[in-house]
Design a protein around this ligand. Structure first.
Ligand code: PMP
Length: 359
């Protein structure tokens, strides 16, 4: 079998080692006579995977003791509702930085729950840059919401906004575990697993414990407290996704932890941005340099026909998933943790050769 270099934005590439281990133990998990996905989520075999994955994630991301890790369903999109429902249960206002489609969608949902004060809106610049300070956050807001990495527009926060005592809520769906983050400065982090962490179906929430105490009258599943009290076993968790998540974490630890991941991600992003920047008349990266994402790199070519030609050529060379999001067009290179440096090298060479031939 020849595996492709899969640059898709999510679901996306996973480490081959992880897929192979899952395959090897799929039918008979560690000699228990059944697959783990057939085992009870209340049994000791699954519970061990569940608890070890929480411990490993806590260790790798450096999550302080006063935070809880929750495993939920519903995708990151359910968090667009759960965050305001839980955190705005008393204080009916929050601040939003709208830096792309994902924070825009989250703001639209939060508006159904309470007052949303948009402190920054990058729509006028087509979401190609991020603000550098000078924002006025409401000191009485329930929280400030940002998306650390806008998967479609390719902008990524390199510095975290200072929100004072107001909890910072970060949608890290497309860059969680890709670099070190000061978790202690954040009130809540959420991420769909299907980019850096594993398969779709699992959403990870990291929440500071005091935020669990905001009174609300939500139904059981919608309240974070329910999941925190029940160690994310209030109902059946997405057991398959959690099992793969654990394998991904083990792979990450074996490969240098967050430090190793960060180094490889920087190397990969540099390879692609260099290919864009050495051919400035040909490739155009719309995002301001200091706000460029290391996870999702967007660029255009002089014409749609040339874009199609590049994508076809890449496909023939075993590189797929490079079409830009339908809402903005162009090309997008997603370089999640499991993309090997060789993949970025191969694409970078192909891009440079293609430009040379066409200019
Ligand atoms: N936030 C961001 C930054 C995303 O990239 C995505 C999905 N691509 C979402 C939220 C929505 O995630 P889900 O599909 O898991 O609901």
């Amino acid at each position: 079998m020849s595996r492709k270099f899969n640059f898709s934005a999510g679901p996306s590439t996973l480490p081959l080692e992880v897929l192979e281990q899952a395959k090897a133990e799929f039918v008979d998990f560690k000699g228990i006579g059944m697959s783990l996905i057939e085992a009870s989520h209340r049994g000791k075999d699954y519970e061990q995977v569940h608890n070890e994955s929480i411990a490993l994630f806590t260790e790798l991301l450096g999550i302080p003791k006063n935070y809880k890790v929750l495993y939920l369903g519903g995708g990151a999109t359910l968090q667009f509702s759960m965050v305001p429902l839980n955190l705005m249960a008393q204080n009916k206002s929050c601040d939003f930085m709208v830096t792309g489609i994902w924070s825009k969608k989250a703001a639209a949902d939060a508006k159904k729950v309470g007052k949303v004060n948009v402190v920054y809106d990058g729509a006028a610049e087509k979401f190609t840059s991020l603000p550098k300070g000078g924002l006025k956050f409401d000191p009485n807001a329930a929280y400030v919401h940002i998306a650390s990495n806008e998967t479609i527009h390719g902008v990524q926060f390199q510095q975290w906004p200072d929100t004072g005592k107001v909890p910072l809520v970060v949608d890290m769906s497309s860059d969680i575990m890709s670099r070190p983050v000061p978790v202690e400065k954040m009130g809540l982090i959420f991420a769909g697993a299907q980019k850096n962490l594993g398969p779709a179906g699992l959403t990870v929430v990291v929440i500071r414990e005091d935020l669990l105490e905001i009174p609300n009258d939500l139904t059981a599943y919608l309240g974070y407290k329910t999941h925190a009290t029940e160690n994310s076993l209030y109902n059946t968790p997405p057991v398959f996704a959690i099992y793969i998540f654990k394998l991904v974490l083990e792979w990450a630890k074996k490969n240098g932890g967050l430090k190793g991941i960060t180094e490889r991600n920087e190397q990969k992003a540099k390879l692609i941005y260099d290919a864009i920047d050495v051919c400035p008349g040909f490739y155009k990266g719309p995002v301001q340099k200091e706000d460029r994402s290391k996870m999702n790199i967007v660029f255009t070519l002089p014409s749609e026909a040339l874009e199609t030609e590049l994508l076809d050529l890449a496909k023939k060379s075993g590189m797929v998933g490079l079409k830009g999001h339908r809402s903005i067009g162009g090309c997008r290179v997603s370089l999640y943790n499991a993309m090997p440096v060789e993949g970025a090298k191969a694409l970078s060479e192909l891009m440079k050769d293609f430009a040379k031939k066409k200019v």
